[in-house]
Design a binder for this molecule. Sequence first.
Ligand code: COA
Length: 183
Amino acid sequence: MEGKQMSEKAQPIKPEEVKIEIINERHIVTGFTSYEQDLVDFLIEDALQNQKLRLSVTFLWFYRSQLVSYVTLLNDKINLEGDLKEFFQEKEICYASLPALKIGRLCVDDCFLKRGLGRQLVLFSIEKAKEIHRDKAGCRFVTVDAKGNSADFYKKLGFKTFPRQTGRGTIFMHFDLLKSPLL
Ligand SMILES: CC(C)(COP(=O)(O)OP(=O)(O)OC[C@H]1O[C@@H](n2cnc3c(N)ncnc32)[C@H](O)[C@@H]1OP(=O)(O)O)[C@@H](O)C(=O)NCCC(=O)NCCS
């Protein structure tokens, strides 16, 4: 990969300027940087292996041939227990669990923050969930365990928390594909 180029002025990156590829053996991901080191470690050490094990799929985003961000997706279900059961019963949904697509990891390289890529990654994930529901399998939600400092980012994009949640460093958030104003 070419050396990483810092942008002189942070212009937004448009969706049509980005090339998206599913991770494979030929990709070199070692130049990726983030202030969230565990998300760098996951990309370098686990993303490809997890994909081979059919645990997740990782989409790499390239801008001018540079790896600028990635998102990892997997199937999920929301178990309706306790408060959640009540919450959905009020909405006349009485199943034990609800189908979802999970954003397992999502990260923008430190050199490309605040240029709209994070938002695009989330919209891409929502689009994948819609695709699944269109002709493959039911999928009502996109879910994420948001790290504390990214919860407001997801909130801005229409994700919500469930009532009376207790967090353990992450906040479980969901995006309802049925009720979203984004759709
Ligand atoms: C959170 C993250 C994905 C945001 O990516 P980004 O490309 O900088 O975000 P965008 O430029 O698309 O911003 C979209 C909107 O979210 C806002 N935003 C970005 N980061 C935010 C944050 N941490 N908290 C609150 N709002 C945030 C932006 O201001 C922008 O708002 P606007 O539409 O009103 O202008 C990025 O900071 C990142 O990769 N962080 C490290 C990894 C991480 O925390 N991932 C999520 C873990 S679950």
